[in-house]
Design a protein around this ligand. Structure first.
Ligand SMILES: [Zn+2]
Length: 177
């Protein structure tokens, strides 16, 4: 008996008490719940989105609508900063990639890497590339290629202003609606 308990003592001594415990103790349910909440914080039901978005934001971001050209707040802005998703606040575009396309909506030639996802969109008898916020799935607009704009990659991310907010260099948040 003496030998066995001494061996156990040596075994325990090699492993700090906390990690020894964590080998055998399941995660507390509160930890699991917190993880589930953070995973779902960017994907909500329609009624949850309606509670935090304006009707126009809901129509564009969640129902893939389009704001009327020339009506959006950020069509012609040139200030330095970052445009974030109006639904989930993920940074999507830097002002350094914004250009004046004259099309009636804010235009960017590139997104922050990974922030924007592309999907084929065959609605309205056209084949277009829809862009969405990778984090929350919110509809942003479409990407058009090869239009001859003098920007580094000749792409135009045509984004609804209402899908965006703007954060200036000092961290001041400006909301599109
Ligand atoms: Zn988002």
């Amino acid at each position: 008996m003496y030998t066995a308990s001494r061996a156990l003592y040596r075994y325990k001594a090699r492993i700090p008490a906390r990690s020894y415990l964590s080998l055998f103790t399941p995660l507390p349910s509160s930890t699991i719940l917190l993880r589930a909440m953070s995973d779902s914080s960017r994907t909500k039901s329609d009624s949850e989105w309606q509670a935090i978005l304006s009707p126009e934001q809901f129509r564009v971001l969640r129902q893939k609508g389009t704001e009327r050209p020339g009506t959006g707040k950020y069509e012609k802005t040139k200030a330095d900063g970052v445009y974030t998703c109006a639904a989930c606040e993920t940074p999507l575009y830097k002002s350094t990639t914004k250009f004046d396309s004259g099309c009636g909506w804010p235009a960017f030639f590139d997104a922050i890497p990974g922030a924007v996802s592309r999907h084929e969109d065959s609605s309205f008898g056209m084949t277009r590339i829809e862009i969405t916020c990778t984090a929350c799935g919110g509809h942003l607009g479409h990407v058009f290629k090869g239009e001859g704009f003098k920007n580094p990659i000749d792409e135009r991310h045509c984004v609804n202003s209402v899908s965006l907010n703007f954060v200036d260099e000092n961290g001041q948040v400006d909301k599109s609606s």
